[in-house]
Design a protein around this ligand. Structure first.
Ligand SMILES: Cc1cc2nc3c(=O)[nH]c(=O)nc-3n(C[C@H](O)[C@H](O)[C@H](O)COP(=O)(O)OP(=O)(O)OC[C@H]3O[C@@H](n4cnc5c(N)ncnc54)[C@H](O)[C@@H]3O)c2cc1C
Length: 395
């Protein structure tokens, strides 16, 4: 039984079948059907894609793969000793192995007034539907948190004709993952496009019925908005794991094969983390977890590890990043910040350890291969636009 129909759960199910698993496979999810989350702050929020267009798989796929899909139902307890799981209506499902793919919920920090109906978060399609209804042209919108999701919501709200303010205490959010130059450039993009940026933390919200008043720490006065969106991260769904006595600490602790402290239970995606690493919280990492969990269950070789990768879109710019920018001791730029596309490579000891690019997926793909294969890198050739990056893969 797989608990949770996000990309991690669906990837586990698909990888089990493609790897030759022939047993019973049940996927339980609380939603109407498994859908993808990245569009919730992009096309789906903008209204250019509907819920059917963001389904992770067509319904026929589950039949073809002999995956029993149990929708609109939560798993409420794991009973690994009885080899069963319990559903919300009390049904017990046989489960020789359980894969926890429960994702997370949007964080709601303890700011006074955060319970107001005018304060939104964004994690589910329902959240996105409610938010879209509020994002009417001309509405004054405050987005709290300028990380990945906050920045995307600010961009989409602007596209929908709202007057957008983006508040974050950091000068260049995302600096650890993108490096200071690119993080600063991306944050400045907001102002260039017409978003008002404020560097502060939110102190309180006061719902005045027609609008909501917001106080920023260290600033006097109150600012008035029609809509607030809080995008300050996610909280992993670990309740089932805790209840079942599994090891949990900043996520469900797993080994390199996604196995939890109970050998009959695996965990994948946003809530899972190995003892040595933080939770990834990115789409591709969740997908890879599913493939690794399936390999563990099948006793087959796990897919080769690869450098972590994510993408984000804002103000019409496509951003990708790979590797660990925080490991770099210097960065070099290929192209110019004044004229995207461009890419930033993070180097250490003569090797690429990270890259981040605007509108340049090819550079990030090449960097990923260099990182994975530990190809020695020459800064001069990396930044020479006449050099084809693919030629550098030979070292
Ligand atoms: C708005 C938004 C935009 C994003 N954009 C990007 C992006 O541009 N790039 C990127 O790399 N990543 C992005 N991400 C992150 C990415 O979507 C997540 O990392 C990914 O969805 C994690 O997948 P998951 O399967 O682990 O969890 P989830 O997608 O959260 O799926 C978990 C599922 O489990 C279900 N569930 C939980 N508990 C139970 C239970 N007890 N019983 C039954 N079902 C249960 C939940 O309802 C949910 O459907 C974005 C995330 C959000 C929210």
């Amino acid at each position: 039984v797989i608990v949770g129909g996000g990309i991690a759960g669906v990837s586990t199910a698909g990888s089990l079948r493609s790897g030759g698993f022939d047993g019973d496979l049940t996927l339980v999810d609380v939603g109407d059907f498994p859908y993808d989350r990245p569009p919730l702050s992009k096309d789906f929020l903008a209204g250019t894609k509907d819920i059917k267009q963001i389904a992770l798989q067509p319904s026929q796929w589950y039949d073809d793969q002999r995956i029993r899909l149990v929708n609109r139902t939560a798993v409420t307890a794991l009973r690994p000793r009885e080899a069963r799981v319990e559903l919300a209506d009390g049904t017990l499902l046989p489960a020789d192995r359980v894969v926890l793919a429960t994702g997370g919920r949007a964080a709601r920090p303890p700011i006074p007034g955060i319970g107001s109906e005018r304060v939104h978060v964004l994690r589910t399609a329902g959240d996105a539907d409610r938010l879209r209804t509020a994002l009417v042209p001309g509405a004054a919108v405050l987005v709290v948190g300028a990380g990945l999701i906050g920045a995307e919501v600010a961009s989409t709200a602007l596209q929908l004709g709202c007057e957008v303010t983006l508040v974050d205490p950091l000068a260049a959010p995302l600096e650890p993952v993108l490096g200071p130059e690119l993080a600063g450039w991306l944050h400045d993009l907001h102002t260039g496009k017409g978003v008002t940026t404020v560097r502060a933390a939110v102190e309180s919200f006061t719902d005045r019925g027609e609008h909501i008043e917001v106080r920023f720490r260290g600033r006097s006065g109150e600012w008035s908005y029609a809509v607030v969106v809080v995008g300050v991260g996610m909280v992993p769904q670990t309740a089932l794991a805790e209840q079942a006595g599994l090891e949990v600490g900043r996520g469900i602790v797993v080994d390199s094969g996604q196995v939890t402290s109970n050998p009959a239970v695996l965990a994948v995606g946003d809530p899972a983390r190995t003892r040595r690493e933080a939770r990834a919280e990115h789409w591709e990492a969740a997908q890879h977890d599913g493939a690794r969990a399936a390999a563990t269950l099948l006793g087959s070789d796990a897919p080769a590890p690869t450098a972590p990768w994510f993408w984000t879109d804002r103000h019409g710019r496509h951003v990708e990043a790979v590797g660990h920018m925080e490991w770099a001791d210097r960065t070099v730029v290929r192209g110019s910040f004044d004229d995207p596309a461009f890419s930033v490579f993070g180097l250490r000891d003569g090797h690429v350890v990270a890259a981040a690019a605007v509108d340049d997926s090819t550079a990030v793909r090449a960097a990923r291969r260099m990182i994975d294969r530990r190809v020695p890198a020459d800064a001069g050739r990396l930044t020479d636009l006449s050099v084809n990056l693919r030629s550098l893969l030979r070292g």
